[in-house]
Design a protein around this ligand. Structure first.
Ligand SMILES: O=P(O)(O)OC[C@H]1O[C@H](OP(=O)(O)OP(=O)(O)O)[C@H](O)[C@@H]1O
Ligand SMILES: O=C(O)c1cc(=O)[nH]c(=O)[nH]1
Length: 230
């Protein structure tokens, strides 16, 4: 797994998906780093991303954390949509795990095909695997789970993320990921977490041989995690 984590950190940096600066998050927190899944904006990058998800899922199936018989991969709109599609392509192709893909509309469509969901329609008894890019406070997941369950009696078998930001949500010490696992009783697996990203990036050099992480960025990240990290 360590090789996946280092490879994925390089991928985040090279694609420009991992940015350093000053970002206001959905939770209102101001973060010195940000993962922008919108940077996976061409066929090669999104195919590579889908392959990282597929390899993580296959590994979790081998370890018994996820079941092998997943019916559909669900990505919450909007940025979850290309994740679900690229993961379904990678699983169904090279990994021999045929699955559907599903995503929600943010608004219900009342003409044509209509409905709230696009792709494989959810039916009672299906096993659904959620994918999303990052988790900070867990709000996106808390919003989408009831939406899924309003469609059919499915089992959500787990959630796979690109990055667990490992942030505390309330006064307690636990992370948002831990709260979601307690609340919904499914495993949450991340390709990489924020501490692994900074651990791997610390020894990486740019094309000109200079360190990827300058001291100021490393200090800002450390301070942010000391304040908000689980
Ligand atoms: O754990 P949380 O605090 O919910 O934060 C993380 C979520 O926020 C972002 O989505 P956003 O709602 O901005 O939607 P988008 O996919 O339409 O950009 C991101 O894609 C995650 O889904
Ligand atoms: O918490 C968020 O809003 C958030 C954090 C992050 O790193 N990336 C993102 O798209 N959203």
């Amino acid at each position: 797994m360590r090789r996946i984590q280092e490879g994925f950190t390089s991928f985040l940096l090279q694609s420009g998906a991992l940015k350093f600066g000053d970002f206001t998050l959905k939770s209102g927190r101001r973060s010195p780093y940000f993962i922008n899944a919108g940077a996976f904006n061409d066929g090669r990058l999104i195919a590579l991303l889908g392959e990282f998800y597929a390899r993580t899922i296959v590994q979790a199936v081998k370890q018994g954390t996820l079941p092998a018989d997943i019916d559909t991969v669900f990505g919450p709109a909007y940025k979850g949509i290309p994740l679900a599609v690229s993961t379904a392509i990678a699983l169904s192709g090279a990994h021999g795990m045929p699955v559907g893909y599903t995503f929600d509309r943010k608004e219900v469509k009342d003409h044509g095909d209509g409905g709230l969901m696009v792709g494989t329609q959810l039916r009672d008894g299906m096993r659904v695997l959620l994918v999303d890019d990052v988790m900070t406070a867990g709000t996106a997941v808390r919003q989408v789970v009831p939406k899924i369950m309003s469609q059919a009696k499915v089992t959500i078998v787990g959630l796979v993320l690109s990055v667990d930001r490992m942030e505390r949500t309330g006064q307690g010490q636990g992370s948002a990921v831990e709260s979601i696992m307690d609340e919904f009783h499914f495993p949450v697996i991340s390709i990489v977490n924020v501490r692994q990203i900074f651990g791997a990036a610390a020894s990486m050099k740019g094309p000109d041989g200079s360190p990827i992480l300058d001291q100021r960025t490393a200090d800002a990240a450390r301070n942010y995690l000391a304040r908000y990290g689980a």
